[in-house]
Design a binder for this molecule. Structure first.
Ligand code: COA
Length: 169
């Protein structure tokens, strides 16, 4: 059965290939260092019954972020303090062999669940993501992410949309 786990030594980082070298390299070289230093956390989807090193079907990383509310779409921006906190979905990737099977969606739902844990503890207005290109932007938009007027490849998923999405899962 598939399970989301915090990235650990028992996961096969070397064998992962999503077709994007920067994302592969982040998983192989940077993700664990960032976790140790508190920069971000990376979560992987694995078969919990697999023997170590467990093949990674996909991963995402999250970090805390601060946003100028003026960069959001009205009317939200008007009613918020000048600087607000959120959570950034820094990376999202699925292994080539497992793409178009709903794993990206599973990872996004898991990221929303992690956001709610943070929201319940420390607040945060929603999830932010920098889409790497127009195709990635289209991918995120189908889940309710909205493009920010200040940067056309930066998208925002408000807490209300996240709560509604999780309630319907
Ligand atoms: C983008 C990515 C994460 C999607 O994951 P996935 O598991 O393949 O996607 P899902 O199965 O959840 O896709 C659900 C739906 O999203 C759409 N979709 C999937 N991949 C897409 C893409 N690359 N662009 C636009 N839409 C896409 C399709 O409508 C798909 O439904 P369909 O298969 O019935 O047509 C994955 O293809 C990937 O890792 N690509 C390389 C890295 C990357 O681009 N990451 C984005 C970081 S900004």
């Amino acid at each position: 059965m598939h399970k989301i786990e915090l990235l650990a030594k028992s996961h096969d980082r070397e064998g992962f290939d999503c077709g994007s070298e920067p994302l592969n390299l982040f998983l192989k070289q940077t993700a664990r260092q960032h976790a140790e230093r508190g920069i971000s956390r990376t979560f992987v989807l694995v078969d919990e019954a697999a023997a170590a090193p467990k093949p990674i079907a996909g991963f995402f990383s999250l970090n805390l972020c601060q946003i100028k509310s003026a960069s959001l779409t009205a009317p939200e921006a008007r009613t918020l303090p000048r600087d607000v906190a959120g959570v950034r979905l820094g990376r999202l990737a699925v292994a080539k062999a497992s793409q178009r099977q709903g794993i990206g969606k599973t990872l996004l739902v898991a990221a929303m669940g992690k956001f709610i844990e943070i929201f319940n503890t420390a607040g945060g207005i929603g999830l932010f993501v920098d889409a790497k290109d127009q195709a990635a932007k289209r991918y995120y938009k189908q889940f309710g992410f909205v493009a920010l007027p200040s940067n056309e490849l930066e998208l925002f998923l408000p807490v209300k949309t996240i709560q509604e999405a999780l309630a319907s899962c």
